[in-house]
Design a protein around this ligand. Structure first.
Ligand SMILES: Nc1ncnc2c1ncn2[C@@H]1O[C@H](COP(=O)(O)OP(=O)(O)O)[C@@H](O)[C@H]1O
Ligand SMILES: [Mg+2]
Length: 231
């Protein structure tokens, strides 16, 4: 059940939209089509999502993009790389037990780190808490895992931390083919937006598009809006 939030948007926390004919379902399908179009020529396989700061809709967007792909029988795996603020497991109503960090530490092998949600989405949760996120993101084991997943999946989707909060997303950009950048309506500060885009450009990131979250749709209060823009 959607609940009304203080800012007036009707959007439950950590929701996976199942009704693809709803306004939200259609919006996520448009995003999927745009990502597909962006990947036709340049063969993008590893796609990250980021934004300036927290709570702008990154995780919600990437999980719902994964859901659309899964519903269309595309093979996708979504990985929680927001090691400082993991949330993927909440969407799938699973505990954040053994996961990525345990794999990087050599405690489980790569064949066993991927989980399967009830929605039919393959995902990797962060697992054990680490005080050293950068070391995990820079590790050879993570590179090996990404290469392994690229051989299995059509898309590997990365739920990344905000670009301005740490250097984590800069590290992630080294093995990411393209980024979706999220801007939250009436929330993302203009200076932060400029700084974020500069930070992404400086690390050579390929920004494939921008998504606006929390956009009033003009269709009444039962819908929230969602825009996708070519960058
Ligand atoms: N398109 C959207 N429209 C309105 N609210 C949204 C949208 N996407 C996400 N949200 C809400 O914004 C909040 C933060 O979402 P989340 O995906 O956890 O952000 P982030 O990963 O950037 O920290 C949640 O309450 C979520 O329900
Ligand atoms: Mg998040």
């Amino acid at each position: 059940m959607a609940k009304r939030k203080h800012n007036g948007s009707l959007f439950d926390e950590r929701i996976i939209v199942n009704d693809l004919s709803s306004s939200a379902g259609e919006a996520y399908q448009r995003l999927q089509v745009n990502v597909d179009l962006a990947s036709i020529d340049s063969k993008l396989k590893v796609i990250g999502i980021t934004s300036s700061t927290k709570s702008e809709g990154k995780s919600t967007t990437i999980v719902n993009l994964a859901n659309i792909y899964a519903r269309k029988n595309k093979k996708v795996c979504v990985i929680d790389l927001d090691l400082r603020r993991p949330s993927l497991h909440y969407f799938f109503k699973k505990p954040n037990d053994v996961g990525l960090v345990d794999y990087v530490l050599g405690e489980i092998d790569k064949e066993h780190v991927v989980k399967h949600s009830e929605e039919g989405i393959d995902f990797i949760n962060t697992g054990k808490h680490t005080p050293f996120p950068a070391q995990v993101l820079e590790s050879k084991n993570l590179m090996d895992l990404i290469e392994y997943l690229k051989g299995i999946y059509d898309f590997v989707l990365l739920d990344c931390p905000p670009i301005l909060v740490s250097a984590d997303t800069t590290i992630i950009s080294k093995f990411t083919d393209g980024f979706i950048f999220v801007v939250k309506t009436n929330s993302t500060v203009k200076d932060a937006l400029g700084d974020s885009l500069e930070a992404l450009r400086n690390c050579g990131a390929n920004i494939i598009g921008a998504v606006m979250t929390d956009v009033p749709s003009g269709r009444g209060t039962d819908y929230y809006g969602y825009g996708y823009y070519k960058y």
